[in-house]
Design a protein around this ligand. Structure first.
Ligand SMILES: Cc1cc2nc3c(=O)[nH]c(=O)nc-3n(C[C@H](O)[C@H](O)[C@H](O)COP(=O)(O)OP(=O)(O)OC[C@H]3O[C@@H](n4cnc5c(N)ncnc54)[C@H](O)[C@@H]3O)c2cc1C
Length: 403
């Protein structure tokens, strides 16, 4: 049976991340929300501290690069490993601020992609570098199989051409993991991921996006024009195996979707706690031990939001636990992402509603959290796409049969 309490051995890590959320992230949250595109320099010291803790083993595997599912160094039996550690760390940090978590050096989704599929030589070569992830294109969002960026082998180099939009940390990271096709006529099977150092000639930063939320995080658009990278920068196998289809690159999502779900869970908890404080200040008691229908309507609403939050948290932990124990978790990763994304949007907006004008003004972070929440229901696969994946898996249908 799976025990979904916070694992005892990971409690110190969660407590440290919670401390960072409260004492580092929260005090600068509003400042970098208002100063969109300005790099939060306070994160440099924190990132160095985290690197040191990871190197010493004190916080092993708690960063985005901690996710891995190849069984390397794996003990037998039921274990909570780096996926669970990462998910718990992220929940706590996003209790502080999602935009700042996304701005943390060396904690990009590209780092998770490298950790998920890189070979030993690549893992060593890219170790300690900050990596963003570039999948989306103007004509390829939810349908990643529609990617048109091409990678053509020329001697010992791949030559990349195309356009990538909405790249989180694109202007700050040192590496961009770019999805491109080796042969557009071969469909999904030919799509591979390539590690492109951002300063490579031909990797052209076009502009940064202005956004509804997570404004501390930079979102960049790139044009790739005859961008040449060593052929050793292809992640996974260079072979185009029509039978395996999308398996190689899609494996990344099984690891990264629980991380985005964890962001949503952390943000939802921040909203719930802030709202409880606000209700208590208004004399409304929220008592989880009493039936909701015997309490103030606002308290009953908060209790129902907490039930949703708890369901999202448990699904997220389940998906991470399965990855740690080498169990196929695509279904659970999508369930967690769908539930947590929807929940954090519902919770954050309901909390603004429950707190009234207090929740809507800039005097409270609830206003900001309500704006930050929506992206968690969009990137790494939208709500609708997660439900589609869940339906396909439950009904045993292929992507061609159910689209
Ligand atoms: C702030 C921000 C940061 C981002 N960061 C990154 C990043 O780091 N790297 C990256 O590669 N991408 C990133 N993205 C892009 C993000 O992953 C895409 O926006 C997302 O995948 C949706 O693609 P789209 O915007 O093209 O929407 P579309 O795919 O055009 O979808 C539009 C709407 O239609 C729905 N829809 C589409 N297909 C179906 C279907 N078959 N059935 C039902 N509904 C459907 C969608 O759910 C959505 O509601 C980011 C986006 C934002 C806004």
């Amino acid at each position: 049976m799976i025990n979904l309490e916070t694992p005892r051995k990971l409690s110190p890590l969660a407590a440290q991340a919670n401390e960072v959320a409260k004492s580092v992230f929260r005090p600068i949250s509003r400042k970098y929300d208002l100063a969109e595109h300005e790099y939060p320099k306070e994160l440099d010291m924190l990132a160095a501290l985290m690197d040191g803790m990871e190197a010493s083993g004190e916080m092993s595997g708690a960063g985005a690069s901690g996710v891995r599912r190849d069984g390397e160094g794996r003990e037998e039996g039921n274990r909570n490993g780096s996926n669970m550690a990462t998910v718990l760390g992220i929940m706590e940090l996003c209790y502080g601020d999602v935009g700042l978590l996304l701005s943390m050096p060396r904690q990009g989704l590209g780092n998770s992609a490298i950790a998920s599929v890189a070979n030993a030589e690549q893992s060593e070569r890219f170790d300690g570098m900050w990596a963003a992830m570039a999948i989306t294109e103007p004509a390829a969002g939810s349908d990643s199989a529609a990617i048109r960026t091409t990678a053509v082998l020329d001697g010992d180099e791949y030559v990349l051409n195309g356009e990538k939009i909405f790249v989180t940390s694109g202007s700050r990271a040192e590496l961009i993991v770019v999805w491109a096709t080796l042969d557009p006529s071969m469909g999904r099977a030919a799509i591979k991921s390539f590690v492109v150092p951002r300063e490579t000639p031909g990797m052209i930063l076009e502009r940064l996006e202005h956004k509804l939320g997570i404004r501390a995080s930079d979102t960049a658009n790139f044009r790739l024009e005859n961008c040449r990278i060593p052929k050793e920068n292809l992640l996974g196998s260079p072979d185009v195996d029509a039978g395996k289809g999308f398996a190689g690159v899609m494996q990344t999502f099984d690891n990264t979707r629980p991380l985005v779900a964890a962001m949503a869970v952390g943000l939802a908890r921040a909203c719930l706690e802030e709202t409880q404080t606000c209700l208590e200040a208004a004399g409304i008691v929220v008592d989880p031990a009493r039936p909701a229908n015997a309490q103030h309507a606002a308290a009953a609403k908060l209790l129902s939001l907490e039930a949703d939050y708890e369901a999202a948290r448990l699904l997220t932990m389940q998906a991470a636990w399965m990855a740690d124990n080498s169990k196929p978790n695509s279904l659970q990763a999508s369930m967690a992402k769908a539930k947590a994304g929807r929940t954090c949007v519902d919770v954050s907006l309901s909390c603004v509603e429950l707190c009234g004008s207090l929740g809507y003004g800039e005097g409270s972070l609830l206003e900001k959290w309500a704006r930050d929440a929506k992206i968690l229901d969009i990137f790494e696969g939208t709500q609708q796409i997660q439900l589609l994946i869940v339906a396909r898996q439950l009904l045993g249908k292929s992507s061609a049969e159910l689209r």
